[in-house]
Design a protein around this ligand. Structure first.
Ligand code: KG4
Ligand code: ZN
Length: 354
């Protein structure tokens, strides 16, 4: 099959998802395979880096083979191979980066390293709709929460971001406080969705300085802990709470989940609106696992309707970690003539960030 299109194989292994995708012309997803490791990390209630690296090693070749076979193409039809090179767990990233470089070398085609956060921001470009630039990009995942001014797919300027926890991390921790299954973000969203009454718990959320486009989610987490378990006191050097989570009625649990979700989403919405005001952009791109959150999706849709904005929300499969989103960025870099050397390696942080 000669499609006449640019075909890119992308490999993602930055955290606890081993993924590979084949994407044509940076928008048409021919395959998108994701092998999640959630079950391996569940008992630790968080990602264990060594377990993640080992699982990536075991899964990456079958995942890549499956991506090629589902796309119906042979490796020698590929134009380039991409991998997420940063940010992420270094041992985990190295698995995808090493394989992508090896495949590129063996086929004598270009290798392109992609920034995972930039790729989340570009997930909305998958599909048929054209994007009108400039745009405001909201990246909101388990490891990242940031706002960006985007003049084009490769011209991004970071406007602000979280100074402590990422929004997804805050969702996961609040879910743990409510004794919900791991990973907590989707479970908390599900519980909040079932609540139909008024929100009665005030959970203050720090909005930082008015002009700032930074976020802080550590305060709302503490407020959530106290709302669930009551005021803490020190006794014999230990912290004792008034009650345990079991003391909550099912309706109280739902209400707390809904209040927490509402507080986090309202911070994300306020700062996104402020970024639109500051940049004058009329397009919003949102990406990252938390964009699967139903309240956030509804609020972004209402904002777009109220202000007549162009909104690009990735489909659910392209919000959480996936490789197709990496191919979007790689495609635009490929067209620009970028080629990364095979000495490129994995980096734990994004470009220019500590
Ligand atoms: O983008 P992603 O798969 O990985 C990172 O790059 O971090 O995002 C995973 C994060 C987790 O914190 C997860 O709990 C959160 O996204 N998440 C959600 C929802 N679905 C996933 N958070 C809130 N509501 C959801 N429906
Ligand atoms: Zn991610």
């Amino acid at each position: 099959m000669n499609t006449g299109k640019t075909l890119i194989l992308a490999i993602e292994s930055s955290c606890d998802e081993t993924a590979a995708a084949v994407v044509a012309d940076g928008r048409e997803v021919l395959s998108n395979v994701v092998a999640t490791q959630h079950e391996l990390h569940e008992e630790y209630r968080g990602v264990v880096p060594e377990i993640a690296s080992r699982a990536h090693l075991e899964r990456v070749l079958p995942v890549v083979r499956q991506a090629l076979s589902e796309a119906g193409i042979r490796a020698d039809q590929l134009d380039a191979v991409a991998a997420g090179t940063r940010p992420g767990l270094i041992g985990a990233l190295l698995v995808g980066v090493s394989l992508a470089k090896a495949v590129a070398w063996s086929l004598s085609i270009p290798f392109l390293g992609v920034d995972h956060v930039e790729a989340h921001l570009l997930a909305g470009l998958l599909g048929d709709r054209e994007v009108t630039w400039p745009a405001v990009g909201l990246a909101v995942s388990g490891g990242h929460t940031s706002l960006h001014a985007m003049q084009g797919p490769l011209e991004l300027e970071r406007l602000g971001g979280t100074i402590d926890d990422a929004a997804g991390e805050a969702f996961d921790k609040a879910a743990m406080m409510l004794d919900l299954p791991y990973p907590g973000g989707p479970a908390l969203d599900e519980l909040a969705e079932r609540y139909e009454g008024e929100l009665t718990t005030e959970l203050p959320i720090s909005l930082m300085k008015k002009s700032s486009l930074d976020f802080s989610f550590s305060g709302v987490k503490t407020a959530m802990l106290y709302a669930i378990r009551g005021k803490p006191r020190r006794e014999d050097g230990r912290t004792i709470f008034e009650r345990s989570v079991e003391a909550l009625t099912p309706s109280q649990r739902m209400e707390l989940a809904a209040s927490f979700r509402s507080a986090v989403v309202s911070a994300l919405m306020r700062k996104t609106s402020a970024a639109l005001d500051q940049t004058g952009a009329r397009t919003v791109l949102a990406g990252g696992g938390v964009v699967a959150n139903r309240l956030l999706r509804r609020e972004l849709q209402s904002l777009a309707e109220e202000r007549g904005l162009e909104l690009h929300l990735p489909g659910m499969a392209f919000c959480v970690d996936n490789a197709a989103m990496l191919a979007v960025s790689a495609h635009h870099r490929f067209l620009r003539g970028d080629r990364d050397p095979l000495t490129t390696t994995a980096q734990p942080t994004s470009r220019g960030r500590a």
